[in-house]
Design a protein around this ligand. Structure first.
Ligand code: KG4
Ligand code: ZN
Length: 489
């Protein structure tokens, strides 16, 4: 959706007055607005429109080189989508033309959201006017150098924290794309001898690592808490004991620093990993989310709207790789070892089942494949035959990939999207990447795959999704909890 910002005209006043009345307790009258429009030499009044419909407006008055921001109002169902920011950018540009070098404004002292918004745009607290809006309702005065406000457009500095599974991760990002640091402390060695993630060990290791990982991220980026605009944290889905560590630490930081807290869905983070390397990726798109805990096809008509088309009825794709590796005694995690071995094997050596490949829905089932692999191994051993592990790995991998590719291509075609994102740890699988690329290219559909480092769990992807949520004004309260089965909604 795109918002156009243009000069306010007399013809806009009906809509403007209606929005003013819906927004402010003591609204300006139509006559006051008309009077404002008659003073173009010192005023800038703008409206924001979406498909020709008024969604917001704002005004600025310039006196002696100082720009006074007047009402910025955004329709209640269009808040948190960047309309206020778009208006502010244009108002600042107008104020500059009118000779302003500073920006100042008054805001109701109890209006947390607008205050957080202006703060994120470089405005600092400059004073307080007691009873300005009536008895007991104070105004806060906020101000900033005009360059500061202009420069703050799209340059928010975010700390992101991720602890949903077995990596403790922190990242610092500017403006949603510029990654200043990306620290991942993997616990994989501690879990490997158990053949999978042990939740209790994960929580303990996160607790041990989190402070150091966050400090390291700040240090590598060369920033301090005082430079940040917000803290983003994964609050689900994942292992509850693991999530809690990141969420509790992020809450503590938010409380201590006063920085706003933004909650991110781990799966949304994986989807945003695509946009990290290819910032021009835009919905509508279909995302195939394949990780150790999830296998789902998701339709994304616009950022933030996720329609799950189907998911696995039993094991996740990554889980299947991990379980097969365990049976073969190859250690944990299984994905990387199996894909490496598969390179030397023959994918046609063993004909494993492709469950639900031709079912007319988007559901997956992987546990039958796992059982088929186990049965094959047992059968061969009983027959006294040598098993070719590379052939087995390649054949198993081909069975997984064929189904994923077939369903993803069908989803993209049926929904008519021109873009597909591959997300999650299994996106690191070269055969899946190649298979999808080929099948989609043949249909002129774009495939976006994150670089390897952003496929498995990391905080850079949480920072990217967190910046988007921060711009919308989404906040996580200090009373919010981690949610193990948080849906992608
Ligand atoms: O996204 P992720 O790091 O953690 C979860 O959110 O689950 O995904 C980890 C999963 C593991 O199951 C791992 O075996 C799998 O991703 N994986 C792979 C590959 N690299 C990691 N699976 C197949 N091929 C790979 N190259
Ligand atoms: Zn993950």
């Amino acid at each position: 959706m795109s918002v156009d910002v243009r000069e306010m005209a007399y013809a806009d006043l009906d809509g403007v007055v209606a929005l003013e009345e819906a927004t402010f307790p003591s609204p300006w009258s139509r006559a006051t607005f008309a009077d404002e429009l008659a003073r173009p030499h010192s005023r800038g009044w703008l409206v924001a429109e979406e498909a020709g419909v008024l969604v917001g407006y704002g005004g600025v008055m310039v006196v002696d080189g100082e720009a006074h921001l007047m009402n910025i109002a955004v329709r209640s169902d269009r808040r948190r989508e960047g309309v206020a920011s778009a208006l502010l950018d244009e108002l600042v540009a107008r104020a500059r033309e009118l000779g302003a070098d500073r920006v100042t404004l008054e805001v109701r002292a109890e209006s947390d959201e607008p205050i957080a918004f202006y703060r994120s745009r470089g405005m600092q607290l400059a004073g307080r006017r007691a009873g300005y809006y009536g008895p007991g309702v104070d105004a806060l005065i906020m101000s900033a150098d005009i360059d500061e406000v202009a420069a703050s457009a799209g340059s928010e500095l975010i700390l992101a924290i991720e602890t949903s599974c077995d990596e403790t991760a922190a990242a610092i990002m500017r403006g949603g794309t510029e990654l200043l640091s990306n620290v991942v402390a993997s616990q994989v060695d501690f879990h490997a001898r158990f053949g999978g993630v042990v939740p209790e060990i994960a929580s303990r290791k996160h607790t041990e690592a989190i402070v150091g990982v966050v400090d390291e991220a700040l240090e590598q980026a060369g920033v301090s808490f005082a430079d940040l605009d917000a803290i983003a944290v994964t609050y689900g889905p994942g292992l509850i004991g693991a999530l809690v560590v990141g969420v509790a630490y992020a809450k503590g930081l938010s409380l201590a620093t006063g920085l706003p807290l933004v909650g991110v869905n781990h799966l949304e983070g994986h989807i945003f990993a695509s946009a990290l390397a290819e910032p021009d990726i835009e919905p509508p798109l279909v995302a195939l989310v394949v990780s150790g805990g999830h296998t789902s096809l998701v339709h994304v008509p616009e950022w933030g709207v996720y329609e799950t088309l189907g998911q696995t009825l039993d094991d996740a794709a990554g889980e299947a790789f991990d379980k097969v590796a365990k049976v073969l005694g190859l250690g944990y995690p299984g994905g990387p070892v199996i894909s490496k071995l598969a390179e030397e094997g023959d994918p046609r050596a063993i004909d494993f089942p492709r469950a639900m490949m031709h079912s007319r829905d988007y559901r997956f089932s992987l546990s039958g494949l796992k059982t088929a692999v186990i049965n094959h191994i047992r059968h061969e051993r009983e027959a006294g035959r040598e098993i070719s592990v590379p052939d087995l790995a390649a054949s198993f991998q081909a069975a997984v990939v064929d189904v994923q590719v077939a369903k993803t291509v069908r989803a993209a075609e049926e929904l008519g999207v021109r873009t597909v994102c591959l997300a999650g740890g299994v996106a690191a699988n070269p055969s899946l990447r190649e298979g999808l690329r080929e099948a989609l290219a043949a249909r002129s559909i774009r495939l976006s795959v994150p670089p390897f480092a952003f496929c498995t769990d990391n905080a850079a992807m949480i920072a990217a999704a967190g910046t988007w949520r921060f711009r919308r004004g989404d906040r996580l309260g200090l009373d919010a909890e981690a949610v193990a089965d948080l849906p992608l909604a």
